[in-house]
Structures are given as C-alpha cells and as structure tokens.
Design a protein around this ligand. Structure first.
Ligand code: MF3
Ligand code: CO
Ligand code: CO
Length: 347
C-alpha cells in the first residue's frame, strides 16, 4: 500500500490544507474562534480543538491508571530513650507555635548543628534512591541515620504522622507516608527530612529521579530547584516576606507551571512549624519584614499542571487535582546582614 500514498510535497497536495498533527496542547487552550496555538494561523476550532479534546481525554485515563495508591505501613519504629525528643513525640500535639522568630547567637549554633545533620541524612537517603526500593526502606534508613547522629526524626508523631520522613512520589505534592510501594523506573520522589537535634529542628528536602525519567519531569525537577535558589536569593533584611514568593512565582510562570498555594514555608527553630508563613506565590499580605537572625524554610512545590490539591483519606497525602507531577526542594535559612546563610547546605 505504501507506494500508492502521494508524498506530502507532491504537486497534487500543494493547495490542500494540511491536517493538524498530534502534539501536546499547551496548559492554556485558546477559545474556539481564537487562532490555534500551533502556529497554523487557523481558528482553533478549525485546527487542533478536536484533536486536543481526544488527547486530553486519553491523557486523563492514563494518569488515572498510573496514579499512586496507598500501600501498607510497617510497625512504628521506636526511638531509644536517651535521644532528646520534642514535646509532641509522646502526645502527637506540639504545645506551642508562637515561638520567637529571631535566634540568639547560641541558638544559631544549635540550629547549624541540627540543619547540618538533616542535610547529611537527606544526601545519604537520596543516594540510595533506585528502582525497586520501597519508601518504607527509605524511612528505615532515615530513622536509623537520624538516631545514629543523636537526633530525633521530627516527622515521627508530629500531629500523628506515623513515619520518620515524608516520601512524595510523582503527583504527591508533600506529606507522602512511607509504605510498601516500590519506587519504579521513571518515578520522581521527594524526600523531606527534618532532624531535631540540640533542641532545634533542621528541615530540608529534595526531589530525586528514579532511573530513567521523561524530559518533562526532568525539566520540572530542574526548574523547581531553580525556584528555591531564586527564592533564597530574594532574602534580604528589611524586605517583606512577599519578595520571596514573587521571585519564585515569576519564574515558575515562565514555564506554565503551577505554584502550590496550600502549603508554605515556615518559621523554624525550637518548634517545627512556627507561626511565620512563607508563601511561594506573590501574596501582598505577607508584609512581615525579614530580620537578621530569623530562621525559616523556603520549600516551593511546583506542578506541571494545576496547583490545586486534594488530600487522601489518610489526612496527610496531598496530591494534585489533575494527577500531574509535582516537585519540591527545601532549605532552612538564616537571615544575615547581607542576605542569608543556607543552614541545610553542607559545605
Ligand atoms: N517537613 C515538612 C515541612 O517541610 C513537614 C512534615 S510534617 C509531617 O514542613 F508531619 F508530615 F512530618
Ligand atoms: Co518545612
Ligand atoms: Co520539610
């Protein structure tokens, strides 16, 4: 049959309109009478509209089929009695959140130690990520390493969280609970490590590639890391907190990505989550001025599609509404005269 098909360039076809070719439509679609996104110059309804409807329907079915499902939890991991524990370790409820935001010199020394330990555990946990590993195996490792360094894994029993690290795969935005799910080739996984050491919390996370990951996801992970860097770059004493989210959102928008709004960075120190909130989008209400000595986290969650989220029945696992992937990176920082010190970065 092949020989009978006229070639595209043949004079017979020269005046016929070319058919739209199947391509991924952009996040924001034109209205039917607007020009098509493909550059043909034709009206959308006469060009890609029908194809797009089919494409998006097929993609939805595929995302639904591949979506992450809750697995089985292992038994609660005990912490030796000689490890100093935060107030919520026994009760599940932190006793206060209105802690001072500005650290004393002595507190800064302890913050550095806690943050350094968290950075080390995150690096080591990230290095073990590979297809076939379960997120519970990551939890066992983080738990053991944290305790070996003399720390308490801050997530454990924080508001009832049952494990020692958050493991958030693909469309899971944050607060994924480690379970018996096996990491698969092509997944992306965020590991969020927080260590309580010397009476202080150090909080850091990163997104890791599992085996061979598609180009769209790799770009998402890359850009999300850059969002954190840009957010950190906006830290300056005297400037409002809203500068941070503006820097992040402006950059993410260039790629058509969504910036998650329900979860923010936070003040951190002797309490895990202090009242100060750091939105990762521009919020004109974030007028609090950054001050030398403040410690807080910046932890943008960036989505390939919508920023809207829903939460699983476990009351923890946050996922994107459209089931498209998200990535996150987090550092704990200290505001200094000239900008900031990244406490959760190893030298
Ligand atoms: N580490 C997370 C953050 O960046 C908080 C996890 S709370 C937990 O704020 F309970 F899920 F561990
Ligand atoms: Co945090
Ligand atoms: Co964290």
């Amino acid at each position: 049959m092949k020989g009978l098909e006229p070639s595209v360039d043949s004079p017979v076809n020269a005046n016929l309109p070319s058919a739209p070719t199947l391509r991924r439509p952009p996040n924001k679609l034109p209205r039917p009478n607007e020009t098509c996104w493909c550059g043909s110059g034709k009206k959308y309804k006469k060009c890609h509209e029908e194809l797009d409807v089919e494409f998006l329907k097929a993609e939805k079915v595929q995302l639904e089929a591949k979506r992450i499902r809750p697995g089985r939890l292992s038994a609660i991991r005990p912490v030796p009695s000689f490890i100093a524990k935060p107030d919520y370790a026994l009760t599940g409820t932190p006793s206060r959140s209105n802690a001072r935001l500005v650290r004393t010199d002595e507190e800064m020394v302890r913050m550095r130690r806690a943050c350094r330990a968290a950075a080390q555990v995150l690096r080591e946990a990230g290095a073990m990520v590979r297809p076939g590993l379960t997120t519970d195996q990551v939890d066992a490792f983080v738990h053991g390493r944290t305790v070996a360094l003399g720390g308490y894994p801050s997530p454990l029993n924080y508001r009832g969280f049952p494990k020692s690290v958050c493991t958030s795969v693909n469309e899971v935005i944050c607060h994924g609970i480690p379970d018996d799910r096996v990491l698969e080739n092509g997944d992306i996984v965020n590991l969020d490590v927080t260590v309580y050491l010397d009476g202080m919390h150090g909080d850091t996370n990163a997104t890791f590639l599992v085996g061979d990951v598609d180009e769209d996801s790799r770009q998402l992970v890359q850009v999300t890391g850059e969002c954190l860097t840009l957010g950190i770059g906006a830290v300056r004493p005297g400037r409002p907190i809203s500068d941070i989210g503006r820097a992040i959102e402006t950059y993410a928008e260039r790629f058509g990505y969504g910036v998650v709004r329900s979860y923010c960075g936070h003040g951190i120190g002797d309490v895990f989550h202090a009242n100060l909130q750091i939105p990762h989008y521009f919020d004109a209400r974030s007028t609090t001025k950054m001050e030398v000595g403040m410690t807080f986290t910046i932890e943008p969650m960036i989505a390939l599609g919508t920023w809207e989220e829903s939460t699983w029945d476990d009351d923890w696992t946050a996922v994107t509404k459209d089931l498209k992937r998200t990535a996150q990176f987090e550092h704990t920082i200290l505001v200094t005269e000239t900008g900031c010190e990244i406490l959760t970065q190893e030298p």
